[in-house]
Design a protein around this ligand. Structure first.
Ligand SMILES: CC(C)(COP(=O)(O)OP(=O)(O)OC[C@H]1O[C@@H](n2cnc3c(N)ncnc32)[C@H](O)[C@@H]1OP(=O)(O)O)[C@@H](O)C(=O)NCCC(=O)NCCS
Length: 436
C-alpha cells in the first residue's frame, strides 16, 4: 500500500488557491486540537449536528491514519477553522476475478457555504488526483453526495446499489430451508463479527473495499455518544449446523401507531458467506410477525431474494449510482482485473486532465488475463474512442459498452463494442456495501 498521509500538498493547487488568499495545508492528525477543528469543519460541511467531545475522541482515534487536508482563509472571523476539507487513503479495491487494485479513496470533500463556487473543490480534487498519479496509484474512488459534481474530474459511476421494498403480507418464502439457526447477538458482538465477515467476503463483489473500525462502530450504533442511537437496532447471526458463523443481519422495526400489525422492518445490513446463511436470514426477516413492510437499504442490484418469494410483484426496487471510479493509469488498471473471455481491442482514451490520454492495445488471452500496450500505433481497425469517464464506468463490468455506445458515450464499430461487452462483463454485479 502506498503511504500518502505525509506526502506534501500539491503545489499547483496551493499556488492557485493562494491567489485568492487561501492556504492549502495538511493537518497533523496527532495534534488532537487541530484535528478536532478539522473534523468539526468536515461535519459542518455536511450539515451534521455539532459533535460532542465523546464523538470527537472516537473520530480522532478512528481516522488519524488518513491524509487530511484543509484550506484556511486567514481573513475570516474564525481563522483556525478550515473553510474546506478533504481526506484520502489507499485501499485494495476488489476487481473482477477476485483480485484487487490499489485505489485512492477520497472522502470528506466539503467547502464552507461562505466560500462555495470559487474553485476550492476543484483545487482539492485535482490536487489529490495529481498526488495519487505521481505516486503511481492507478485509480481514485468516491461515494458521492450528488451525482452532478465528479464527472468533470473524470469520475463515473461503476457500481450501483439498490433499495428494496417488499410487502411481506403478500409473500411466502419459496426458497430453501437450511439446517443451521438464526440467533440474536448483541450489537457489540455484531460489530466484531461484521468486521471479520467483511474481510472474508469482500473479494466476492467487484467494488468492495476494506472497511475501518469506526465505520462498523457507526453501523452498529455504538460509535456515537447519543445513547439512544442504536437502541432500536437488532442484530442476528446465522450459524451453520456445525456452529460456524456464516451470515449477519442488522435491522430495526418501526412501529405503525395506527396499526400494530403494520410495522416496518428496515434491513440496514446483511452479509453472508454461504447461500444457506442468505436464505435463512432473508426468511427470518420476511416472516417477522407484526410487520407489513420490509425495506432493505443499500443492497445489490440483483438480489436473489426476489426469486425466493411467492409474489415477485410484492417487491420493488430503486437503484442509484454508489461507487464512482476514476482511472488514472489505464495499463495498470486494465491489467489488474480478469476478463470474461478472449478478445482484442484498441482503446483511444481522452482525458481532459491528461492523466490517461492515449491509445492502448488491450489483448485478453483465453485465461482472461490482459496485456496492455500503451502508446500503440499499429492496426486499430477494431478501435473504440471513449472519454476516461466511459472507461471508468465500464471497468468493474457492471455497465455495458453497448449502453454507453447507445448513449453516445463511446464510439466504435459494432464488432468492437460487442467485444468490450463480452470481455468486460462481470457475472457478479459490482457492489460496494459501505459508504465513505
Ligand atoms: C460540492 C462542494 C464540495 C463544491 O465545492 P465548491 O468549492 O463550491 O466547488 P468549485 O467551486 O470548485 O466547483 C468546481 C466545479 O464543480 C461544479 N459544482 C460544484 N458543486 C456542484 C454541485 N453541487 N452540483 C453541480 N456542480 C457543482 C462547479 O460549478 C464547478 O464547475 P466548473 O469548474 O466545471 O465550471 C460544496 O458545495 C460542498 O461542500 N457541498 C456540501 C458537501 C458535499 O456535498 N460534498 C461532496 C461530498 S461527495
Amino acid at each position: 500500500m502506498t503511504e500518502l498521509a505525509d506526502v506534501p500538498i500539491d503545489q499547483a493547487s496551493a499556488t492557485s488557491l493562494s491567489v485568492n488568499g487561501l492556504r492549502l495545508a495538511l493537518v497533523d492528525t496527532s495534534d488532537h486540537a487541530k484535528f478536532e477543528t478539522w473534523l468539526r469543519a468536515d461535519s459542518r460541511g455536511f450539515h451534521e449536528p455539532e459533535f460532542s467531545a465523546e464523538t470527537i475522541t472516537h473520530h480522532v482515534t478512528g481516522l488519524a491514519d488518513r491524509r487530511t487536508t484543509g484550506v484556511w482563509d486567514d481573513s475570516t472571523l474564525d481563522a483556525a477553522t478550515p473553510v474546506a476539507t478533504v481526506s484520502s487513503w489507499t485501499v485494495d479495491m476488489t476487481v473482477p476475478g477476485r483480485r484487487t487494485l490499489e485505489a485512492l479513496a477520497i472522502s470528506s470533500v466539503t467547502v464552507a457555504p461562505t466560500h462555495r463556487r470559487k474553485g476550492i473543490a476543484r483545487n482539492l480534487l485535482e490536487g489529490e488526483l495529481r498526488t495519487a498519479h505521481q505516486r503511481g496509484i492507478p485509480m481514485a474512488i468516491l461515494t458521492v453526495s450528488e451525482s452532478t459534481i465528479y464527472g468533470r474530474f473524470g469520475f463515473a459511476p461503476a457500481a450501483f446499489a439498490a433499495n428494496l421494498e417488499i410487502d411481506t403480507k403478500r409473500v411466502t418464502w419459496t426458497g430453501p430451508t437450511p439446517d443451521g439457526r438464526v440467533n440474536f447477538i448483541t450489537r457489540s458482538q455484531f460489530r466484531n463479527d461484521v468486521a471479520e465477515m467483511h474481510e472474508r467476503v469482500r473479494l466476492d463483489s467487484p467494488g468492495q473495499i476494506p472497511a475501518w473500525g469506526l465505520r462498523w462502530d457507526q453501523l452498529a450504533g455504538i460509535a456515537d455518544d447519543d445513547k439512544n442511537k442504536g437502541a432500536d437496532l437488532r442484530a442476528v447471526r446465522y450459524d451453520d449446523a456445525d456452529g460456524h458463523a456464516r451470515g449477519l443481519a442488522l435491522y430495526r422495526v418501526t412501529e405503525n401507531e395506527g396499526d400494530f400489525r403494520g410495522h416496518t422492518l428496515t434491513v440496514l445490513h446483511l452479509s453472508h458467506e454461504t447461500d444457506d446463511a442468505y436464505f435463512a436470514l432473508w426468511r427470518y426477516l420476511l416472516e417477522m410477525d407484526l410487520v407489513r413492510a420490509l425495506k432493505a437499504v443499500h443492497r445489490t442490484v440483483d438480489e436473489p431474494v426476489v426469486w425466493n418469494i411467492s409474489d415477485r410483484r410484492a417487491a420493488s426496487q430503486s437503484t442509484w449510482d454508489h461507487l464512482w471510479l476514476r482511472i488514472l493509469d489505464v495499463r495498470a488498471s486494465l491489467e489488474a482485473r480478469r476478463y470474461a473471455g478472449e478478445g482484442r481491442c484498441v482503446l483511444r482514451v481522452e482525458d481532459e486532465l491528461g492523466f490517461a490520454t492515449g491509445t492502448y492495445l488491450l489483448e485478453v488471452d483465453a485465461t482472461g488475463t490482459a496485456r496492455v500496450t500503451a502508446g500503440f500505433d499499429g492496426d486499430d481497425s477494431a478501435s473504440i474512442s471513449l472519454p476516461i469517464t466511459s472507461l471508468s464506468a465500464l471497468y468493474l463490468g457492471g455497465v455495458s459498452a453497448s449502453t454507453l455506445s447507445s448513449a453516445g458515450l463511446l464510439a466504435g464499430t459494432s464488432k468492437s463494442v460487442a467485444t468490450l461487452d463480452s470481455i468486460f462483463h462481470s457475472a457478479r454485479a459490482p457492489w460496494l456495501s459501505i459508504s465513505f
